[in-house]
Design a protein around this ligand. Structure first.
Ligand SMILES: Nc1ncnc2c1ncn2[C@@H]1O[C@H](COP(=O)(O)OS(=O)(=O)O)[C@@H](OP(=O)(O)O)[C@H]1O
Ligand SMILES: Nc1ncnc2c1ncn2[C@@H]1O[C@H](COP(=O)(O)OP(=O)(O)O)[C@@H](O)[C@H]1O
Length: 199
């Protein structure tokens, strides 16, 4: 921390923005294996929230790695930095009054816990997108498991790099057992029951 840096405060607060928007701002953090269904759930949840007048934005690991995070690879250190940046960008969105949906493998518990720490308790919702490796590999929507098994991708999560499941996620969605529609309904119910529209 540079002691010569001073924080500046605006005249409009996060709470002012939430009141104007008619909803709280939150970060919904989807974690799970590649192919578990994080992006699919995020886009379907966004559509349902949008239909209810909620201001949303998706931060997708893959997409962020095409821009802001293009200097990062998949070592443990780079994944840590990836998650740190996603959480910091997510915090800016939450400050701006948005419900931000993060879709990132985020395989390490410590990195997810660090991300959670920079938010208020009820702002950060960890969603474990649970799906067996066998099923993710069967889906293989981008053909990456096939490449990883052939040794063409190093440090591939689930194959040659670990995934640490969350111990106490706020929600568990089992995408090899439940329909997308049901899971999105559960997500919306969770958000509403936890005060999304109470501003
Ligand atoms: N080695 C390796 N391991 C895992 N994933 C890989 C790898 N190389 C490329 N990809 C593609 O990158 C996407 C994961 O990026 P993330 O930013 O979500 O990863 S992480 O949170 O930093 O672990 C991931 O996207 P999803 O399949 O949507 O999860 C893959 O498309
Ligand atoms: N119940 C389900 N929930 C989410 N995705 C599912 C489900 N059933 C099948 N799928 C499919 O699994 C794949 C998941 O891919 P994706 O959403 O890109 O995962 P991730 O973002 O975790 O890598 C998609 O092709 C999706 O259509």
């Amino acid at each position: 921390m540079n002691k010569n840096i001073t924080k500046h405060y605006g005249l409009i607060s996060k709470e002012d923005r939430q009141r104007k928007n008619g909803h709280k701002s939150k970060i919904v953090w989807f974690t799970g294996l590649s192919g578990s269904g994080k992006s699919t759930l995020a886009v379907h949840l966004e559509r349902e929230l949008f239909a209810r007048g909620v201001n949303t934005y998706i931060l997708d690991g893959d997409n962020m790695r095409l821009g802001l995070n293009k200097d990062l690879k998949f070592s443990k250190e780079d994944r840590k930095e990836n998650i740190r940046r996603l959480s910091e960008v997510g915090k800016l969105f939450v400050d701006a009054g948005i419900v931000v949906l993060v879709s990132a493998i985020s395989p390490f518990k410590k990195d997810r816990d660090e991300a959670r720490k920079i938010f208020k308790t009820d702002e950060f919702i960890e969603v474990y997108v649970k799906c067996s490796l066998h099923e993710c590999e069967r889906r293989d929507p981008k053909g990456l498991y096939k490449k990883a098994r052939a040794g063409l991708i190093k440090d591939f999560t689930g194959i040659s790099s670990p995934y640490e499941p969350p111990e106490y996620p706020d929600l568990i969605l089992e995408t090899d057992k439940e329909s997308i529609k049901n899971m999105v309904t559960r997500l919306i119910d969770y958000l509403v029951d936890n005060g999304l529209f109470e501003v």
